[in-house]
Design a protein around this ligand. Sequence first.
Ligand code: V47
Length: 367
Amino acid sequence: MDATTLNNLRDKVNSGTRISLDEARELYYEKDLLFLGELARSVKVRKTNLQVFFNVNRHINLTNVCLSRCKFCAFGCDENDPGAYTMTLEEVLNTGRDLPPHITELHIVSALHPHLPFDYYLEVIRGLKEINPEVHLQAFTAVEIDYFSQISGLSLEEVFKSLMEAGLGSLPGGGAEVFSPRVREAICSRKASGERWLEIMETAHSLGLKTNATMLYGHIETMEERLDHLIKLRSLQDRTGGFQSFIPLPFHPHNTELSHLKRTTGYEDLKMIALSRLILDNFPHIKAFWIMLGIPLAQLSLHFGADDLDGTVVEERITHAAGAQTEQGISRENLIKLIQEAGYVPVERDTLYNIIEVYGEEDGLAP
Ligand code: V47
């Protein structure tokens, strides 16, 4: 891009004007990553100042037995595979009885199990809520919700209402992958389409549920397909306002059917964080999921438009099955420290971004 175009785009972004698809494309091809970073960071600072959010949460993956068997996934398996597991209700509830201190969220994502009835998932939510009424349950991707509707014969609204009555608080953003029908046909043809994913999120928002959104990038998708995905999310958010955060997820190829592909570069990951912040002007938060990015890159992302590092997690199976080198979880103290190291103010939040505590510089090294 020449200097005049760069300056015009800078003025536009600084005045809070939305960028078009064509401008987003120009930014994607811009070689000056630091220009993109500076622009995206200015948007982040306008929205959330120097605050960087995190939460104390725990992930639970109820089962890895999955009918979908997406080519990018190393977690899902068949019933009879050696590593297959399904938690009994009692096992789930025991996990719920043994939560780490300060926890405010359980993040529950699983698989499309061939035999578990919808009642199992209702019992999981009801039981966990009974044990921990204060803990927010962020559970089930839009793809799982679609599957619940199929196995129960209930409408989307009925599925949501039953889960909400049981104690569901919000939806995570997984299962979005890339909305392009071409990509889905090639890598995840057995699960909900991109259109259906958006319909499910729109229904959730209409019932008052907040949700997140993701994009899995760095496999067979084109740059145009990434941009289309982001623009579709922006349009839906214009209509509903129900998305809280967007999480760009870099593809981890190890142990997947796409293991011949290379892991994305740090350059590409930072670019996607910055572009997401610039395109999704109506999303309150851009999350750098430290598990998938690795800690150094997650810290750098905070200078490229991200304002949230997600949580303590405790036990992560999906990306680790695909070769992630990060720890399975991180302590609250370390999250505080690494946000401070990056030059920002750590803010502990709950799932709905209510502030629990703002940490000063001296709080970072607390035991
Ligand atoms: O939907 C699966 C992705 C997602 C791989 O909402 C992979 O706050 C990389 O959505 N390499 C599940 N990614 C995780 C997810 C998520 C994570 C953190 C926070 C939130 C949130 C949501 O993980 C799946 C899929 O897109 N995934 N396999 C892989 N090999």
